[in-house]
Design a protein around this ligand. Structure first.
Ligand code: HEM
Length: 469
């Protein structure tokens, strides 16, 4: 069997220690398995580690926050942050609840027979994104063959088993180009629309955003991300002192966001928020089914605090064990199992010399399983996050949403979506393993994502209290 990237990282750490200097094509890369060092570099020396390694994805995605650099990133991050405020999240609650109710209904329809819970979490998350980001009903949970679903799956399937050979070759070539080729070749391939992601899928979402934007400009305001971004839409113009050119060669304006940036960020929210949220949710279901005594304690906490059908953000914030369960899941299965920053100058940190241009890569998967920091690291033990047990060392070594000023902008939304889904499902069902549920520890496919090698089958058995509803 091919080895996953995460398993390879664990082996490399064991064999070579906390720092590994290597090359990927012409790019010097340093793999770092030391959390204190990462904090010193990415947080204390942020001005030297502001940007990520330059990866050009192709299409409008290159004008999304993830790829932006320097002042252009600073400006856009400020503009986009307001989209994730607690006020905005509160406004989104009814839409989120509606999607979650649909999810629970689908689980109920399974009639306690085993379901492939990953596909259900994917459909739920797509529904959530289409409502919260685009203000659209994607129909993803009712119709697994909808255009929205098909294209979203094409967007995230890097050479996965079910892809046709032609697609596998295309994505493998593109990943090779993006990771290994020199900058000029990457730019040339981007111009020729040879991208890591399926160009047809990118095109579909670009068109979709375009039509949403056009409908909003007329007379149809919505409460979603695209709407607020459209409210701040400004185009660049030659000779305007507020129009600047960024380090990637794109025009931007200090006065707002351009239409391409709005499309790029809407696409990015889909790309960055889809699989990450769905798979984290999936692993929470899986672990709670594996540990029924923890599941029952969590159920107790939930029915005590969330005593009516409408769950409020205030109630959600009181659910401490739920926090610990999600944290423990993200410790074991960090969706971004690697993330990086590019050194803008030569620098020496804690006696380690980092040449300018090095892609310094943090490896949360390994750090969050380091036995020197985490006792019995493979155990699912949510109580390690209680204030009396969660040590300073562990605080530094826990980075599922990244670290420093560039950490995940969507973390609060993702957490709210996952929490509401788990609360609503747990109030109604017991999550149970079945003969086809893969055993712990899980094995993962050799693809650049945290994809279990086997389907996660679980059954959802109605609780007695819920059957009397
Ligand atoms: C459980 C779900 C999620 C996980 C585990 C996750 C994880 C991450 C990580 C590790 C990073 C890199 C941080 C760094 O480099 O320090 C990141 C960046 C980012 N994430 Fe998320 N993410 C999740 C959900 C979301 C959602 C729902 C959205 C948007 C709706 C989102 C949007 C972004 C964006 C735009 C960035 C780039 C931020 C920047 O460069 O300033 N993520 N995420």
């Amino acid at each position: 069997m091919e080895t996953s990237i995460m398993a390879t990282d664990l082996k490399l750490h064991k064999k070579y220690g906390k720092f590994i200097k290597t090359f990927e094509g012409s790019t010097p890369v340093m793999l770092v398995y030391d959390a204190e060092w990462i904090k010193e570099a990415f947080v204390k020396n942020f001005s030297l580690f502001t940007n990520r390694r330059r990866l050009l994805f192709g299409g409008a995605l290159d004008q999304g926050l993830f790829s932006m650099e320097g002042d252009h990133w600073r400006h856009s991050r400020k503009m986009l942050s307001s989209e994730f405020s607690s006020g905005k999240l509160k406004k989104m609650m009814p839409e989120i609840q509606k999607c979650v109710q649909h999810f629970v209904q689908i689980l109920e329809d399974s009639d306690e027979q085993p379901v492939d819970i990953r596909t259900k979490c994917y459909a739920l998350t797509l529904d959530l994104i289409s409502h919260t980001a685009f203000g659209l009903d994607s129909d993803a949970q009712t119709n697994e063959d909808s255009q929205f679903t098909k294209n979203a799956l094409r967007l995230i399937s890097f050479g996965e088993a079910e892809q046709p050979l032609k697609e596998k070759i295309r994505s493998t070539v593109a990943i090779f180009v993006v990771l290994l080729a020199p900058d000029w070749l990457v730019k040339l391939f981007a111009k020729l629309s040879i991208t890591v992601f399926d160009a047809g899928a990118i095109n579909y979402f670009e068109q979709l955003c375009q039509s949403v934007i056009d409908s909003r400009k007329s007379d149809n305001p919505g409460a979603d991300f695209v709407q607020t971004l459209v409210n701040n839409m400004k185009e660049t113009s030659k000779g305007d002192p507020d129009t600047l050119v960024d380090t990637l060669g794109y025009n931007w304006t200090k006065k707002g966001l351009t239409k391409t940036e709005i499309i790029g960020n809407a696409l990015l929210f889909l790309f960055a928020g889809f699989q990450t949220t769905a798979d984290t949710m999936l692993f929470v279901f899986y672990e709670l089914a594996q540990y029924p005594e923890i599941q029952e304690k969590l159920y107790g906490e939930i029915i005590e605090i969330c005593d009516s059908d409408d769950v409020t953000p205030e109630q959600v914030n009181q659910l401490k064990l739920l926090d610990y369960c999600i944290n423990e899941t993200m410790r074991l299965y960090p969706q971004a199992f690697r993330f990086d920053r590019s050194a803008s100058e030569d620098v020496t940190i804690r006696d380690i010399f980092v040449p300018k241009g090095t892609a310094v890569t943090a490896i949360p998967w390994t750090i969050q399983r380091d036995p020197e920091i985490w006792e019995d690291p493979e155990e699912f033990d949510p109580y390690r996050f209680t204030p009396d047990r969660f040590t300073e060392k562990q605080v530094t070594a826990f980075m599922p949403f990244g670290i420093g000023n560039r950490l995940c902008i969507g973390s609060r939304l993702a957490l709210m979506e996952m929490k509401l889904s788990i609360i609503t499902a747990l109030k109604k069902f017991e999550f149970k393993t079945c003969p086809d549920t893969p055993e712990r520890p899980l094995e993962f496919a050799a693809v650049p994502a945290v994809t279990p090698s086997k389907k996660i089958m679980l059954s959802f058995v109605k609780r007695e209290a819920a059957t009397t509803d």
